[in-house]
Design a binder for this molecule. Structure first.
Ligand code: SDX
Length: 433
């Protein structure tokens, strides 16, 4: 029972009661502090998907799912997407303020020196099949980075945390690009310290020895905006994974590798790859009605990929920006209208007029349009989630740093509602019939 006048919520259980303090943030709903619930009432709280549970305090990103608001350190995503670069946003997420020009230049120059990988890491790639999913390569190789970078691992030291954070932001794109090159049998392209983050990433993906690949500024700008829009998103599944693994004191490379593994799932970051595959399987607008019938059929596991969100219940602000970017990229590249873009827009129109989806508050999320832009940029479908991981590494390391620096931090160890057997006597095998 939450007494709107008091600053506590009263809980009663088993004849006992407790006053749970209501913690107030700078924005968003109050949070009932249930840390004393076991001690005072002898009970646990139950929230399997953590749908209504705040697991930490944070200053990095604020989301209002009903209003479709997304702020990074107080700045609206729309303003950042239109005015800031991905690297500038990385500085903001890491350090809490937009950089001055000298700060930005020093940050960028230092980050660029970390793009190169220890040369022995090249040997990792030869251990994978050529047709290995690049997320498998990324997850494994990032997890092994602590075998090469022994300095910067004393996470109790601020300079070590910062060094590892910058290394991860700078090296993940190199591993990602090399995973792609390995899959197509082309030589690795080494990072260029003179290029911007997105120019360098595109260069490592598409340059080839002997040809002077020129990064198209339109593509670089689009890539930069896509990365920026995917940089951080409050306590999503992969960020929660990074925080949980980090709470054990594991090294930062292991934490980010765990985040990559969590992001890979089709319910999370794997949705951009799944959404494009879905559009290709629907094929034409004539295929939409039968597909949506499958989605509505509770006996089928078919989902409308790129739709729905745990938090956004009206629209995902990133999807709106990506839809506009999609048009920009396709027209500025002079590509003929992509039939899949027309199909996506028709699918969005039909679904958002269908009560099944409207009543369940299902709207396009960040993954619905991102795949179409990446396809227009020439990124293969198998690399879509890898690109999401390249971007989200910034959010993961920022949230990891914040968690480590939280003096109230402790190992994350939830409890359960046990529904198994009560205590029973052991029966030897010979007596089991
Ligand atoms: C990302 O958390 C983040 O912030 C994630 C992310 C980030 O930046 O980190 O934003 C990135 O992961 C975006 C989401 C990408 N995933 C997809 O597009 C996959 C398809 N979407 C669904 O799997 C689903 O919508 C989730 C996983 C995103 C959300 O799952 P929830 O919170 O369990 O869904 P819900 O409670 O809102 O569902 C309500 C109803 C249910 O039906 P009923 O039981 O009420 O009949 O809607 C149904 C769900 O079955 N439903 C869908 C659906 N999503 C929900 N039905 C068909 N298609 C869907 N996509």
């Amino acid at each position: 029972m939450h007494d709107p006048k008091s600053e506590t919520a009263t809980l009663h259980a088993g004849g006992a009661s407790m006053q749970a303090p209501l913690l107030k943030g700078t924005m968003g709903p109050d949070v009932a502090d249930l840390r004393g619930i076991q001690q005072n009432l002898g009970i646990f709280s139950f929230d399997p998907g953590l749908t209504g549970t705040a697991t930490c305090t944070s200053k990095i990103t604020f989301i209002d799912g009903d209003a479709g608001t997304l702020l990074h350190r107080g700045y609206p995503i729309e303003d950042l997407a239109l005015n800031a670069s991905f690297t500038e946003t990385a500085y903001l997420l890491l350090y809490g303020e937009l950089p001055t020009t000298p700060q930005y230049q020093a940050f960028q120059a230092d980050m660029n020196t970390h793009r190169l990988l220890n040369e022995q890491i090249r040997n990792f790639f030869n251990g994978f099949r050529r047709d290995a999913h690049p997320m498998a390569i990324l997850c494994g190789t990032v997890g092994a980075l602590s075998a090469f970078y022994h300095d910067g691992l004393d996470i109790s030291q601020a300079e070590d945390r910062d060094l590892s954070a910058r290394r991860l932001i700078a090296k993940v794109p190199t591993i990602a690009a090399w995973a792609y090159k390995y899959s197509i049998g082309e030589p690795f392209i080494y990072p260029d310290e003179e290029m911007s983050f997105s120019e360098n990433f595109l260069h490592m993906l598409f340059a080839r020895p002997g040809n002077h690949y020129r990064v198209n500024p339109v593509l670089a700008r689009a890539m930069d905006r896509i990365l920026l829009l995917h940089a951080d998103h409050e306590q999503n599944a992969s960020t929660t994974t990074v925080r949980l693994v980090g709470s054990t004191g594991a090294n930062p490379y292991a934490c980010i590798s765990a985040g990559i593994a969590a992001l890979w799932g089709p319910a999370h970051g794997g949705a951009n790859e799944a959404a494009l595959n879905m559009l290709q399987s629907i094929g034409t607008r004539e295929g939409i009605p039968s597909f949506l019938e499958q989605v509505k059929d509770k006996n089928s596991s078919v989902r409308l990929m790129g739709f729905g969100h745990r938090v956004y219940k009206n629209f995902d602000p990133r999807a709106k920006i990506l839809q506009a970017t999609c048009h920009e990229v396709i027209s500025e590249l002079g590509l003929e209208r992509d039939p899949l873009l027309d199909l996506a827009k028709e699918l969005e129109r039909v679904a958002t007029e269908d009560d099944y989806f409207v009543s369940r508050k299902l709207y396009p999320n960040v993954d619905f349009y991102s795949g179409l832009i990446l396809k227009a940029l020439g990124i293969p479908t198998s690399m879509f989630t890898v690109l999401f991981a390249v971007a989200r590494t910034v959010g993961w390391v920022s949230q990891w740093k914040e968690m480590i620096e939280d003096p109230a931090g402790r190992i994350t160890r939830p409890r359960q509602l046990y529904v198994g057997e009560t205590k029973r006597e052991f029966v030897s095998m010979s007596d089991r019939g």
